[in-house]
Write a protein that binds this ligand. Structure first.
Ligand SMILES: C[S@@+](CC[C@H](N)C(=O)[O-])C[C@H]1O[C@@H](n2cnc3c(N)ncnc32)[C@H](O)[C@@H]1O
Length: 281
């Protein structure tokens, strides 16, 4: 698969920006390539990939805090496991509970593997949506469902081609690049008060963590991602209107995407961007 076709991350990743990738690329296309993009909360690397594809001359730094690379390197092993699981669940209706004796066989099959096992990817084939485990012990405790992916995952060997990868706290990455002229930051932090158990950070992102990120927006070119659930835009407007504090979103452009989690729960994903392009670089 050619990298320009990655409109979705090669492996499941909670919070990947696939719903925004079209809007994001459109915006980038309307600009001259900057010298540098820095993806502070890289997650699956999807935004980094898109930035490099639209602007191949720009340097792109992807902060892979969760070691998504390791999961990418394990794709053939994951595919082999899934191939065997397909045989084991044959005859079980899709999305139905896997009977106890088959569950045992599935667990035994996974136990045959040594070294790193991509439990996040396996979870999306065996657990109810949005449920993830990180070990065989956790998986054993769960009810399994037949959601086994029908086709293999693409090997995605070129997915990170020409992208520079780092893996550290976003504050360190920001410090390193904040003074580079015309840098564009991609800022997609964990959502406020959402469960971060599939990420490497512990527990929940609290209000202070969330607000701290706003420091990276001040006087920078950026794309910032949030949702209406966080109310951060309203909060910043209020602070600016009633306390005279700075609103980092002032004059930022906005695009929205309505997403639905299930039949009766919807929310709006928001992309805010501010990018002053004075001249060609
Ligand atoms: C909403 S996701 C980013 C998704 C990404 N834009 C994509 O399209 O896949 C937020 C990411 O921030 C990471 N993260 C959490 N704490 C972090 C920290 N202190 N520094 C850098 N990244 C962090 C999470 O592990 C997660 O990968």
């Amino acid at each position: 698969m050619k990298s320009k076709f990655y409109n979705t991350a090669p492996l499941p990743f909670v919070g990947q920006k696939r719903n925004f990738i079209k809007h994001f690329k459109e915006e980038l296309h309307s600009k001259v390539a900057p010298p540098l993009y820095v993806d502070l909360f890289g997650g699956s690397g999807l935004l980094s990939r898109a930035a490099k594809d639209v602007h191949p001359t720009a340097k792109v730094v992807y902060n892979d805090f969760d070691n998504y690379r390791k999961r990418l390197k394990t794709i053939s092993k994951t595919n082999k496991i899934l191939q065997d699981l397909r045989v084991l669940v044959d005859g079980i209706e899709r999305k139905k509970i896997v009977p106890k004796e088959i569950k045992e066989k599935i667990i035994n099959r996974i136990k045959q593997e040594s070294g790193f096992i991509d439990f996040i990817t396996l979870s999306s084939s065996l657990l109810f949506s949005m449920k993830y485990v990180s070990s065989i012990q956790e998986l054993e405790k769960e009810t399994l469902y037949n959601k086994v992916k029908i086709n293999n995952y693409p090997t995605a060997k070129d997915y990170l081609d020409d992208i520079e990868v780092v893996s550290t706290d976003y504050k360190k990455v920001f410090e390193k690049y904040k003074d580079v002229e015309n840098v564009v930051f991609l800022i997609d932090p964990p959502y406020l008060s959402t469960d971060c158990s599939t990420y490497s950070s512990d527990g929940y992102w609290k209000l202070k963590d969330y607000l701290d990120v706003l420091k990276t927006l001040q006087n920078q070119n950026y794309f910032y991602f949030t949702s209406n659930k966080s109310s951060i835009i309203e909060l910043c407007e209020w602070i600016s209107d009633y306390t005279g504090g700075l609103n980092p979103f002032e004059n930022a452009a906005k695009k929205e995407y309505k997403a639905s989690m299930n039949h009766n729960a919807t929310y709006t994903d928001i992309m805010l961007f501010k990018w002053t392009q004075t001249t060609t670089y």
